[in-house]
Design a protein around this ligand. Sequence first.
Ligand code: SF4
Length: 289
Amino acid sequence: MFTANEYYKKTFGHKMYKASISINVTCPNRDGTKGTGGCIFCSGQGSGEFASDGDNISLQIDEAIARVSSKAGNEAGYIAYFQSYTNTYCSSDYLRKCINEALSHPMIEAISIATRPDCLGEDILEVLSECAAKVPLFVELGLQTSSDKTAKLINRGYETYVYPKAVRDLKAIGANVITHVILGLPGEDISDMEDTVRMVAASGSDGIKFTCLYVLKGTMLADMYARGEFVTLEMEEYFDIVFDLIKLLPDNMVIHRLTGDGPKNLLIAPDWTRNKRAVLNYMNRRFGL
Ligand code: SF4
């Protein structure tokens, strides 16, 4: 298994940490362009529950670095992570301004942009290409599933066929692509999850992030959960699935995350994700990390 830490050490020569920042963007799945309610699992903070608000990028980077600097030490480098909502759902001028402001911070060595595969027009690709010519650029695509049936159910707001083209377009401009996948989506069984991972493996994506589906307060998923329409995965079950799915990936694909955890104040289920230390211990044993 090729971990993100190994990859960063090989690429940058030292550990890398992410400095999460928010810019003034929304999401086409929330503002009415593609939908209004957003993905059924999204709490309304655009998957960036830990990012700060505001538009002062240098200050946000300073604050993010201050939060991890005692753990990171002096040797670490930082990636400016545009995390919340859809960070290419804006004008190309605005995105260019935000990226350049992040790049002007002396501690930033790379940029990471979280977005959707259906928000990568020519003008945006041009800005990303300029960025990739200066520093390593990661673009994180929220695929979640390759099943269009599930995509409809979770209100993802785009069809799966756009994903492979997005990966090709991003690779063509020199970006490093990371694909987000959610395991345990309502109605999905192991063969659906295998199909998703096979699609990611075949797409040319450089990396993958796995997340266990978690249910947050105030989401449509929470209503479905309360009605008993699906159950969440148990910890052992989840990591057994991840263990098997990893075998479908090419050896050079970087695994950036084996699971994620939702904000504790909003979390309804699964309860095991609350105990981060226990999850990490189990995960490290299970994967021999
Ligand atoms: S695309 Fe991202 S920000 Fe938009 S609704 Fe879905 S999870 Fe939330």
